[in-house]
Design a protein around this ligand. Structure first.
Ligand SMILES: NC(=O)C1=CN([C@@H]2O[C@H](COP(=O)(O)OP(=O)(O)OC[C@H]3O[C@@H](n4cnc5c(N)ncnc54)[C@H](OP(=O)(O)O)[C@@H]3O)[C@@H](O)[C@H]2O)C=CC1
Ligand SMILES: CC[C@](O)(C(C)=O)C(=O)O
Ligand SMILES: [Mg+2]
Ligand SMILES: [Mg+2]
Length: 330
């Protein structure tokens, strides 16, 4: 049985006298740093010059370069892009790690695939919120939390788990639930989830529905509202109460179509593709591909991203959203 932890299982005191360096101030860096500070913990930011450094200054943090922050800290949370972490680790983190420090990640990619090999005299820990950084912050501000994972790769001090749980409490995750996993399990399931379902699966499904309707002569605006805008409303119901709550809310006609037609869209071919994708993750083939892609300045990433940015669904969506009050900035 997987271990689950809640508020009463974690003690902020375990890290209340520690200096926590959050390295990177992007999606996760900002969300986690603000939550930790609001939880009363001692946070500094390690960041290069640039856009997100300015945001950290505006938010009133004590700011340092990455190496300086790593040197000052007891807990070093690496919230840099996965593809940059190994290089920054070699140059700006590893030389400044002290005996008994806690090296922390929110995703296991670099440790699991051997791109970062920490020394034996530090704790190596993961605290991974299961949600985007902006939601980590917004949910905390609402008095709730995004569920999280902890994993202990190396327990040099004997305190690694207490530290991980306290950090998870600091970012709000124990308000929801924290599961105990391993670097391998988190890395493989996270990559699979984002590729096959959450990001890759969903965007391709929506695009396919949109393109099918538009090719059949329906207005792109109709297609957009049908397969993209309404998706959130349906997903919200699934999120709140599973398939059952969603099916309680839709018409019987929709439910019959869902049960009989859904399996034709996601059929044997999709199951085979998912298995193949999982296998590429487990063997390290995907990791190798992504590392090599970065070494040659991301030609595939850039070309595919540009094509999607220029897709009709984005143009139509931007125009429709600009008229909807819920998307207007204050
Ligand atoms: N995004 C998410 O919600 C989730 C992310 N994670 C994990 O969290 C980690 C961080 O991801 P994410 O928050 O998306 O990252 P972002 O891309 O949002 O932010 C990265 C931050 O690192 C800084 N940075 C980039 N390159 C360098 C460098 N060479 N030296 C110093 N600073 C640098 C960026 O600064 P600048 O503005 O100057 O580019 C930015 O502040 C990853 O391990 C990811 O897998 C885990 C769960 C969810
Ligand atoms: C779903 C994408 C994610 O895994 C996340 C927000 O959890 C990521 O890497 O950003
Ligand atoms: Mg994820
Ligand atoms: Mg991920």
């Amino acid at each position: 049985m997987i271990k689950k932890y809640y508020e009463s299982d974690a003690d902020l005191e375990k890290i209340s006298s520690s200096t926590i360096a959050v390295l990177g101030y992007g999606s996760q860096g900002r969300g986690q740093a603000l939550n930790l500070r609001d939880s009363g913990l001692n946070v500094i930011i390690g960041i290069r010059e640039g856009k997100s450094r300015n945001a950290a200054v505006e938010d009133g943090f004590e700011i340092y370069g990455v190496s300086e922050a790593a040197k000052k800290a007891d807990i070093i949370m690496v919230l840099l892009p996965d593809e940059k972490q190994a290089e920054v680790y070699r140059e700006d983190i590893r030389p400044f790690l002290a005996d008994g420090n806690c090296l922390m990640f929110s995703h296991g990619f670099n440790v699991h695939y051997g791109q970062i090999v920490p020394p034996a005299n530090v704790d190596v820990v993961m605290v991974a919120p299961k949600g985007p950084g902006h939601m980590v912050r917004r949910t905390y501000e609402d008095g709730k939390g995004v569920p999280g994972l902890i994993a202990i790769e190396q327990d040099y001090t004997g305190n690694a788990k207490d530290i991980a749980l306290a950090y998870a409490k600091g970012i709000g995750s124990t308000r929801a639930v924290v599961l105990e996993t391993t670097f391998r399990e988190e890395t493989e399931t996270d990559l699979f989830g984002e590729q096959a379902v959450l990001c890759g699966g969903v965007t391709c499904l929506v695009k396919a529905g949109f393109e099918t309707l538009v090719a059949a002569g329906y207005a792109p605006e109709m297609a957009y509202l049908e397969v993209l805008h309404e998706l959130k409303l349906i997903v919200d119901l699934i999120y709140e109460g599973g398939f059952t709550k969603m099916r309680d809310s839709i018409s019987n006609t929709a439910q019959y179509g869902d049960l009989t037609r859904g399996p034709r869209v996601i059929g044997a071919e999709s199951y085979d593709a998912m298995e193949e994708i999982l296998c590429e993750i487990q063997t390290g083939e995907f990791a190798k591909e992504w590392i090599l892609e970065n070494m040659v300045n991301r030609p595939v990433f850039n070309a595919l991203n540009r094509a999607d940015e220029e897709h009709l669904i984005e143009e139509v969506g931007a125009e429709l959203r600009s008229m909807m009050p819920q998307f207007k900035k204050d």
